[in-house]
Design a binder for this molecule. Sequence first.
Ligand code: COA
Length: 259
Amino acid sequence: MTFENILTRNENEISFITINRPDKLNALNKKTVQEIGGAIQAAIADTSVRGIIITGTGSKSFVAGADISEFTGLTVEQGKAMARAGQEVFKSIESSPKPVIAAVNGFALGGGCELAMACHLRVASDNAKFGQPEVNLGLIAGYGGTQRLTQLIGKAKSLELHMSADLISAEQAFHLGLINYLTTAEQLLPKCLELMEKIKSKAPLAIAGIITSINAYYTEGINGFDCEVNEFGKSFSTEDFKEGTSAFLEKRKAKFSGK
Ligand code: COA
């Protein structure tokens, strides 16, 4: 698959997706959002891939938001369609059965913050800045930001960030629970790889079950406890369950096949 605005490569069972519009601080135009969706689907379908890392080109910006130049002249219906399309792609990231880590290497604003929040885990370098500044444009977040920021940091702080348009440092983001780890710029990728290696060493179907069950909590109309019962039960039919329990009893390290 060839892309115009993103770079993709697979290495060591990890699919790397890099948003590549450095002249525009990696702002997400429609095409870029579509391409991210395509790359995520390809990574999920590729049996040689065990995890996905998303980052931005350069040292200044992860993603500085949706591309503001595409907002001009949109009608109400076109605005809704844009939000729906973005939300669909970001949902496909959140519901990916393979772990997705955001390596936040700079500005994560508006759609950039929303993209990072759609990932399962976030690691940010100390130059990163987070915010939902759409209100400065007379807009609100449209790619899930009102929901995911609230889920991650709570209602009061989410309301404050959305309504004030304040940008916060990576350190503040860490203290708010918005990111999992804070690193130097040099350590950003190594930390993401360390995390991914740890998760890759676990049973893939169980990882998928964890993602499904935890996501259920945030999905209207789905009982998360019932979902957990279902996913827990399913685990017993897997080869990985047999391998995990045998390895424990035989005092050796488990080697999971994802079956
Ligand atoms: N959409 C479209 N273009 C964007 C963009 C966005 N969200 N963010 C940055 N750019 C473009 C700029 O227009 C500029 O392009 P140009 O060189 O062709 O004029 C280029 O990226 C560099 O940005 P610039 O503003 O010159 O960099 P800076 O270091 O002075 O400021 C930011 C960086 C992130 C503070 C500033 O670019 C900004 O506020 N961006 C918008 C953030 C935002 O509101 N995001 C939410 C959108 S819904």
